[in-house]
Every structure is written in structure tokens, then in C-alpha cells.
Design a protein around this ligand. Sequence first.
Ligand code: FAD
Length: 458
Amino acid sequence: MSNKAAADELRNRLRGKLIGPDDPSYDAARMVYNRMIDRRPRLIVQCADVADVMATVKFGLEHKLLIAVRGGGHNAAGLGVCDDGLVIDLSPMNYVRVDPKKKTVLMGGGALWRDVDHATHAFGLAVPSGIISTTGVAGLTLGGGLGYLTRRYGLTIDNLLAVEMVLADGRFVTASTKEHADLFWAVRGGGGNFGVVTAFLFKAHPVDTVYGGPMMWPMEDAAEIMRWYRSFIVKAPVNISGFFAFHTVPSWSPFPEHLHRKKMCAIVWCYTGPMKRAEQVFAPIRKLKTPSLDLVGPIPHPALQSMFDRLYPPGLQWYWKADFVRTLSDEAIALHLKYALKMPTPESTMHLYPIDGAASHVKKSATPWWHRDARWAEVIVGVDPSPSKVEEIIAWAKEYWSALHPHTLGGAYINFMMEEGKDRIRATYGKNYDRLAKVKKRYDPANVFRVNQNIGPS
Ligand SMILES: Cc1cc2nc3c(=O)[nH]c(=O)nc-3n(C[C@H](O)[C@H](O)[C@H](O)COP(=O)(O)OP(=O)(O)OC[C@H]3O[C@@H](n4cnc5c(N)ncnc54)[C@H](O)[C@@H]3O)c2cc1C
């Protein structure tokens, strides 16, 4: 059978759309969030349902095609797309169903966090996720998932109850602590290595209006703020979270004109305790050093989740480097300042996300996430709209990262990594790596799902 005839046969079996290079929507369909990635798959299948996913996996196996799986397409390394292979795109499967009685949420493998936040907020509930609402549920969850609610309710994987998956042999299974428990263990941090997740079931928490937003200080105060922050946040009650950042102030409202394009340090807060106590909780923080800009106040949880979407729309050039951090020494702080002052473009940034609190109460072996003793996930991010800046943002991120790396725990959050090789993946999973490799061998011995932070079958 010719390639065209085979593709036509698959097309006839689908409810979703099959897109090839001649299709007018091909360029839009192959594009991912990071515009530095420019890959040309042979076929893209936008799956409408599980049957589509099963048919497409089977087709890929029969025709020995490299398979990439796409959720939200946000992965900076571009792992939701491949050259000359088959992309299984789950974006049409973005349904979200909330069970307010059980406080659980079921969602399709292509849902974005904004879909989830919209659906859960109507019931005063939330699932712990990340800080940009256009990120995919699938990739974020399969890598671990950290954000504003991590200190209080744990990583996103700590709230996962079950998944439905299509495996490398085309079988459909449910995995939870009761069924395929080894597989369920592996998908909670082991990435897309084990199959295509077609649905996620989460527990949700009562989170409605929170007290949050950014506070910003001038760079001259950054060392002092960072030193205060390193001891404050690790002792703070778990209903307070705040990530530290270096940023350039955007040139639009609500940022005041006199601060536009200034490099500053910031803490972006999220307090989920009783609202009537919020002002009191933040009074000593505000007294510490009056912020140049204070946008912290009551805000609906989905609004905080999407606050930075405008700053980081799809289509920018992205390069990032990451590590896990246990302690922030004075020496590390001095290095942070040195490189923050050299941020090469207005969108470039550095974030330190707190991942202590509830996330650190889970045993290292309970999920693949090994660095439960880390206090922060550090990410150094070079970003710019123009391809002409690519070399500059990469050089800055690499140099900054190399200077700080000796002050860190070694491994990094896999979702904040580019394609950096096996040693980095091993350092991330620590002693959990061998167990992941065993599960991989059991469920995907031929490494069908390898467009990811790959764990080879042991
Ligand atoms: C602007 C921005 C902000 C971010 N903020 C945060 C944050 O606050 N917290 C955080 O934890 N992370 C954050 N991330 C990182 C994010 O978690 C990763 O980029 C993640 O991979 C994105 O998931 P996705 O589904 O959108 O990606 P995709 O590019 O679609 O996929 C990423 C990986 O997951 C696999 N995959 C996707 N869908 C499936 C599926 N259904 N079944 C099996 N495998 C699948 C893919 O094969 C690929 O290997 C951010 C990323 C960006 C770009």
C-alpha cells in the first residue's frame, strides 16, 4: 500500500483530523509554544477520542514511524513534535468534568490548565498546577507539576488519582494505586515515557479567591530581599507561597510608567488562608522594605493563574536551564545578582519556585520525584520574540546556570530542561531511575515513546 493510501485508510477510521504537509493547516498544527522549534512531522493526527488514539498508535507501529505525543505543546525542548514522524495531538480532547461532591476532576489528555481552572472555579475548587494557564495538563503533570499551591497541597502528581492510557502495544488501561500500580507510580513524574495518557483524574481542593500577585523592589535591594526570602519562606505556614523572580517591568498597565523596562526583583505571592487575616499576614512583609510596586490583594484563583499569560504568549524564542536548590548561600545570592543585572532581553527571567511544605512530606520513593528535599526549583529563562537574539539568550542562560550549578542539588525539574542528555535525566530521578527503567521495559520495551526526557528500557 502506498503512503497516501495508508494515510487515507487511517483518515477513514478517525473522528479527528489527519493533517499532512500539503494541508493548509499543516504549519499551524506543527507549531509549538517555543518558536525556536521548527519540526516537520510526516503526519499529525488531532485525536477526537480514545479510539482515535488507539488507531493512531497502531498505525504508527505498523508503519514504524517515530511517534511524538502532544498535550498543550508548551514543552520548551519541543518534545510535543518530531521531524519526519507521526504526531499524536490530543488538543481536541480538552473536556473537564468536575464532581463537586467527591471533589474530583476528570479531564481529557489535551486539556490546558485554563480549561481546568475555568471549570473548577465555578465550584470554588482548584487542582494544583503551574503559573501560566496556557500550559498543557498532560506534560506538566507527567513531569511533576509545581506552582502556587505546591507548598499547601503538594505537587500536581501528589493530587493525581488515576489515569487512562493507551500503551505501546495499543492496549487501553486504567492505572491507579489499585490497577497497574507500577505504571501509576511511573507516570507521576516519569514523563511521557509509558504511553499516551488520554484522561487524568485529580482530587481538587477548596481554593477560590486567594490573596496574591507580585511585589517588586529595585535591584539595589535585591540581595537583602533574597536573604530575607530564603529564611522566611521555608518557615512560613504552608498557606503562604511566593516565588522569587528577577524581571524587567513590562511597558503596559497596570505597571506604572516610571518603572517600565526597569530590571527589578519580585516575589509573586499566593496566600490561601482565611481572607480576613490576609492584610495582617502581609503587614510585616510590606514593612520589611516598602515595595516599589505592590499588586498583591484578593484575586480569583484563575486570574492569578493567568496573570502572566500576556507576558509570555506562544511564539517567542525560549531557552532555559534549571536545577533543584536546597540552600541559598550568600555566595549564590551574589552570583544571582551578577547575572540578573545582565538579563539580555525584557522577557528573560529567573524564577525560584518553593517546593517545600506539603511536597516535601511525600517519601522520595513514593513517586519518581526524587528531590523531595529540595526547597526550590530554579529556572533561568532566556526569552525574546526575535530569532536574532537566540545566541545571546542561550549564552546568558548557560553562563548563569554554570555559575550557580555548583550551589545546587544537581538534578533539575525535567519540565524545565532542554534536551540535555542521559546524565541530567539520571541526576533528576536519583535512585528512582532504575525503577523507572524497569517499568519502561515492562510497558514499552521497544521504546516506542521516546520523544521525551527518555528513560531507556533497563
Ligand atoms: C511559559 C511556561 C510556563 C511554565 N510554567 C510552569 C509551571 O509553573 N509549573 C510547571 O510545573 N511547569 C511549568 N512549565 C513547564 C511545563 O510543565 C512543560 O513545558 C510541560 O512539558 C508542558 O506540557 P504540555 O502538555 O503543554 O507540553 P507538550 O509539549 O505537549 O508535551 C510535553 C511532553 O509531555 C508528553 N506528553 C504530552 N501530552 C501527553 C499525553 N497526553 N500522554 C503522554 N505524554 C504526553 C510529550 O510527549 C512531551 O514529551 C512552563 C512552561 C512554559 C513554556
